[in-house]
Write a protein that binds this ligand. Structure first.
Ligand code: ADP
Ligand code: MG
Length: 580
């Protein structure tokens, strides 16, 4: 590619609403252009990277035996009604109507369509297993689209779907995909972790996320440096602590005027935060068949003052699976006789069901709200001052230093960007949509499905979060829009420079190197700044001065300085490094 025939549009400054470095750099490097909230045009430079990402994914998916097809972006609602997702999917699902007032969705994923294809096409056990995938535009009307391609509303995903005859075979297909994902992210040169992920209703150890490690990641990932334990914090278990301590203080009601947080109360009383207990009031609504609310239960969840509630774990508590919410101010006053800030399990106005985190259940002589404004209770003990909790459960987020659930050390936490997700679905869709095959005895059996997503466009953002410096992007070679750029100084005025640059360009192309010749005749400073911002891994500078010595200056994007390489050997020099 020659710069004069391509489109390069770099910016000195990024728009001020770009919060994280990858978003800023992608805008500045002219890779994306914003059209609306969470909606971007992929500009020529960005599209080259997307195509490289797709090529790696395609190659590894095909190698793993998956078969490419392409399903529509706009899908009739009927299939979504059949699976139940038309009703259940929240406002993220873009629902549209056609001119005949018929409902459609813009696909956020394609389980329904692929299941519909499978039930028509895969009729016999002899046709299984099969794995179909496509790389297609997705739309999710995200509540908070942000960080550019990282959380867009329109984005590109590779989604694959496996069909197997039984669970054992389904697990094998899942494992093949999990291995393919490792191969994909290894090839991309990303630092990532495969972590156990929440599986929602299905349960079991059958879902993993592939998380690119980056401080700006939206996910907290928990791992044990002493073992291979790794899980999303949504899932990571906080193991039960040891025996409860012995009660040694009498319970006392102490004034804590204006101190409504555990931190403030602990500071006022001169106690460690770990002696306090935080009260969270949740509500669950009972509904009749028509979906009307016919009753509401109010629950008090207790976590240690320095811990936080894990909302995914809360959603799995008995009585919470149909959904829960935080109680309203009115419900709280109604049950506790006081607004939030001084709530606790003792002396409520109306009975509430108490669920204690495992850690809280093991506490003695703790501090909690007195259900009277400006007062707390100290020296509170289970069994003596209040009944044992109705339920003891793991309802908190783990923290650094907690024991690892595998018993092999303590946990550490880092941030991650979810770039891939593999999921053994079981019969969730095949049962709802009657996707059956006939087994050896001619009996219909539901197919076991798995689904596997990769955020194609998100990978650009994730790769940049991991690979940049103060001058710009530092693409891993396999993702770079160009592997190398030739920067001739004085291309427009020096015959020697132009002749050598053209010759090197032709030679590199013939060697299969993805090279760009910057024939714009820009000043060296501006030219170098552009390519450092865009993040091209190798730069070759040709100048009259260097050519007098018979050399070019070659510099890797991460190298502190350029090295002089004989003009004749530049092509081999680069080819060697690019294929290393
Ligand atoms: N809004 C988005 N913008 C960009 N990529 C996304 C977005 N939502 C999901 N992805 C990508 O698609 C992959 C599969 O999505 P999925 O697991 O269904 O999403 P989620 O984890 O948000 O439910 C994710 O791992 C992520 O890489
Ligand atoms: Mg996911």
């Amino acid at each position: 590619m020659k710069a004069s025939q391509f489109f390069i549009a770099t910016l000195k400054e990024a728009p001020s609403d770009a919060e994280i470095v990858s978003h800023r750099l992608m805008l500045r490097a002219g890779m994306i252009k914003r059209l609306g909230a969470g909606i971007y045009s992929y500009m020529p430079m960005g599209l080259r990277v997307i195509r490289k990402v797709e090529a790696i994914i395609r190659d590894e998916m095909n190698r793993a035996g998956a078969i490419e097809l392409l399903m529509p972006v706009v899908q009739p609602a009927e299939l979504w009604q059949e699976s139940g997702r038309f009703q259940k999917y929240g406002p993220e699902l873009m629902r549209v109507k056609d001119r005949h007032d018929r409902d459609f969705v813009i696909q956020p994923t394609s389980e329904e369509v692929i299941t519909d294809i499978a039930r028509q096409e895969l009729r016999s056990y002899k046709q299984l297993p099969k794995n179909f995938y496509h790389i297609q535009t997705k739309f999710r009307d995200e509540r908070r689209p942000r960080f550019g391609v990282m959380r867009g509303r329109e984005f590109t995903m590779k989604d694959a779907y496996s069909f197997d005859r039984d669970l054992e075979s389904g697990r094998r297909s899942y494992q093949v995909m999990s291995d393919a994902y490792c191969a994909i992210f290894d090839r991309m040169g990303l630092t990532y972790r495969a972590v156990a992920a929440d599986t929602g209703a299905i349960g079991g150890d059958v879902s993993q996320e592939f998380q690119v490690i980056a401080d700006t990641g939206e996910d907290a990932i928990v791992y044990c440096p002493a073992s291979d334990y790794a899980a999303n914090i949504e899932l990571a278990e906080a193991v039960a602590p040891g025996q409860r301590g012995v009660a040694s203080e009498p319970m006392a009601k102490v004034p804590t005027p204006g101190k409504s947080t555990c931190e403030d109360v602990a500071a006022l009383l001169g106690l460690p935060l770990q002696r306090t207990v935080k009260s969270l009031v949740l509500a669950t609504d009972d509904r009749n068949e028509a979906g009307d609310i016919v009753g509401t239960k109010v629950w008090l969840l207790l976590v240690r003052g320095d811990h936080s509630l894990n909302e995914v774990k809360a959603g799995k508590l008995p009585g919470f699976k149909a959904g829960w919410r935080f109680a309203t101010q009115g419900e709280i006053v109604d049950h506790f006789g006081t607004p939030p800030g001084y709530l606790g399990p003792i002396g409520t106005v109306k009975p509430v069901k108490v669920i204690a985190d495992r850690t809280v259940a093991a506490m003695a002589d703790f501090v909690c709200g007195a259900n009277v404004a400006d007062f707390h209770l100290t020296g509170v003990n289970w069994g003596r001052d209040l009944p044992e909790p109705e339920l003891v459960a793991d309802i908190r987020n783990v923290v650094e230093g907690d024991a690892s659930p595998d018993g092999k050390g303590v946990l550490a936490i880092q941030r991650g960007i979810e770039v891939g997700h593999v999921f053994l679905l079981g019969t969730r869709y095949s049962a709802a949509m009657n996707a059956n095959y006939l087994d050896e005895s001619g009996k219909p059996q539901p197919m076991i499905m798995g689904c596997y997503g990769i955020g194609v466009t998100r990978i650009l953002g994730a790769a940049i979060e991991q690979n940049h410096d103060d001058r710009g992007i530092v693409w891993p070679v396999p993702l770079a829009p160009f592997a190398a750029v030739i920067c001739p100084i004085g291309y427009d005025r020096s015959d020697a420079v132009r002749t050598q640059a053209d010759a090197l360009y032709a030679r590199l192309l013939s060697l299969g190197v993805d090279v760009l010749l910057d024939d714009r005749g820009e000043r060296p400073g501006a030219m170098f700044a552009d390519w450092e911002l865009i993040g091209v891994p190798w730069r070759v500078v040709l100048s009259d001065r260097g050519l007098k010595e018979g050399t070019a200056e070659v510099q890797g994007r991460r190298d502190p300085a350029a090295q002089a390489v004989a003009v004749d050997s530049v092509a081999d020099f680069l080819r060697e490094r690019l294929t290393a």
